[in-house]
Design a protein around this ligand. Structure first.
Ligand SMILES: NC(=O)c1ccc[n+]([C@@H]2O[C@H](COP(=O)([O-])OP(=O)(O)OC[C@H]3O[C@@H](n4cnc5c(N)ncnc54)[C@H](O)[C@@H]3O)[C@@H](O)[C@H]2O)c1
Length: 446
């Protein structure tokens, strides 16, 4: 690392990570249990944090000839895994060992090794309303006189957890809710808080958790495609409370590959006539998405990607007539082991057509868990950083999302490698290091 005065001043403006970081998770299903079980297995030396940029990634500082590429976690002073403490909410009873068994992501033997730890965590009763997730029926849910009362019960849970931990962050790993569009209740914090009292139907449970977290000054990350913090009211609250927000929808399987391939075609000026994507999956997420209203939320999140990468308004000859279709089919035999197919019809020189087929036999939660971990640690960093804590949306974390949140009027970057550069340059920036532009001319001067 370069120890210039600027670097030392910037690094000093970030609060240290001393103490316990409390991770609060609404929705303790497949992703959450795979995250928590994984962190514990890694802490005990039973497994490696594969797929996690914060744990395995490095960041180059200075010139290529400097040979200076520290681990990201050391460079940015991220909270160590030993200091993470987990809690959360779910509509199902039982502890996390039961939940992990139901999710059927991890092997039984692996679960047995950390069974007492998982048994020690029991989700708290949830704020849930079947109107927003049609395929699930709440078993352990809070009761209250209106949405305000329920959201305040979440605040009480948070306040209790604050007594056991030094800093907290909330990450939504709950189900995909029905498709919601912005209405008047979402436009200002005042309207939103009145809407909580009036039981406004525009306020979903995920928004109530987010409101409670932000009110308590706690950052909120959104792993689902739900509208949640994509509303002016909660963005206002985020800035007011210096509590960062980011979202939405973990970019794990098909969209991850899509945002690698599409920039490759675009950068070579190859045309794309059609992109047909279909998936089969059999986990509970798949069951929830089998409801057309929840599917619509996911579909919108997945569809925007190509439009933004290809910019058909700038390249009409190549992308104006692109036909893009996304399907998700619930198919129980596959469980969490999703299969995603893509058929891509491209065309090259003089318009000659070609095809590419992708068949990704992935594991949904194995891909999602390291992203959730990175988001927890980076959101904690954002909350400790003078430069980041008051800006609301953390666009530098777009890397993790299918449908990245951005400032109003700014289009999102979907290209995975632009997102990666944005993330690393943000880290360099807050640590007072030189940004890397990849210009490289200085290697060839006098
Ligand atoms: N690769 C991935 O797994 C992936 C990728 C992108 C996004 N996601 C999204 O992440 C979320 C979690 O995925 P999953 O596979 O763990 O699903 P899951 O169904 O296994 O877990 C979700 C849990 O949320 C709970 N829940 C629903 N509403 C709740 C509420 N109001 N309060 C508390 N708990 C609630 C459910 O009971 C369930 O246990 C989904 O929205 C999914 O679309 C997952």
């Amino acid at each position: 690392m370069s120890n210039t005065p600027a670097a030392n001043t910037e690094a000093a403006s970030i609060k240290p990570h001393t103490g316990k970081l409390g991770v609060m998770i609404p929705g303790m299903g497949a992703v959450a249990t795979t995250l928590i079980a994984g962190v514990e297995a890694i802490r005990r030396g039973l497994a490696k944090p594969i797929g996690s940029l914060t744990q395995m990634g490095t960041i180059r500082l200075g010139k290529r000839t400097d040979n200076n590429s520290p681990l990201i976690k050391d460079f940015a002073g991220l909270c160590p895994l030993e200091d993470l403490v987990f809690t959360g909410w779910d509509i199902f009873g039982g502890n996390l060992y039961d939940a992990a068994k139901t999710a059927q992501v991890l092997d039984r033997d692996q679960l047995e090794e950390i069974r007492p730890f998982l048994e020690s965590i029991e989700p708290m009763p949830a704020v849930f309303d079947q109107h927003y997730v049609k395929r699930l029926t709440g078993q352990k849910i809070k009761v209250g006189k209106n949405k305000c009362d329920l959201a305040n019960q979440i605040r009480n849970d948070i306040a209790e957890f604050k007594t056991k931990t030094d800093r907290q962050i909330m990450i939504w790993c709950g189900s995909t809710e029905i498709y919601l569009e912005q209405t008047a209740v979402h436009q200002t914090l005042e309207a939103f808080e009145k809407g909580l009292v009036d039981n406004d139907p525009g306020i979903s449970p995920s928004m109530m958790y987010a409101w409670a977290a932000l009110k308590e000054g706690i950052p909120f990350a959104n792993g689902a495609p739900n509208l949640t913090v994509d509303i002016p009211a909660l963005q206002e609250l985020s800035k007011k409370m210096n509590a960062p927000i980011c979202g939405k929808d973990f970019k794990t399987g098909q969209t991850f590959i899509k945002t690698v391939l599409a920039p490759a075609f675009k950068t070579r000026m190859l045309g794309v006539a059609g992109w047909y994507s279909t998936n089969i999956l059999g986990n509970r997420d798949g069951e929830v998405l089998d409801d057309p209203e929840s599917f619509k939320t996911k579909e919108v999140s997945k569809l925007g990607v190509l439009e933004h990468i290809f910019q058909p308004e700038l390249h009409p000859d190549l992308y104006k007539d692109l036909y893009h279709k996304v399907r998700i089919n619930y198919y129980p035999p596959r469980g969490d082991n999703k299969e995603g197919w893509d058929n891509i019809d491209i065309f090259g020189w003089l318009g000659y057509p070609m095809q590419i087929k992708v068949d990704f036999l992935c594991r949904d939660s194995i891909l999602a868990a390291p992203l959730a971990l990175d988001l927890v640690l980076f959101m904690d960093l954002a909350a400790r950083s003078e430069k980041l804590k008051g800006i609301g949306i953390q666009e530098w974390l777009s890397f993790y999302f299918k449908d990245p949140d951005t400032a109003p009027g700014v289009y999102p970057e979907h290209d995975l490698f632009i997102q990666s550069m944005k993330l690393k340059n943000t880290l360099r920036h807050i640590m007072g290091q030189d940004l890397i532009t990849h210009l490289g001319l200085d290697y060839y001067g006098d």
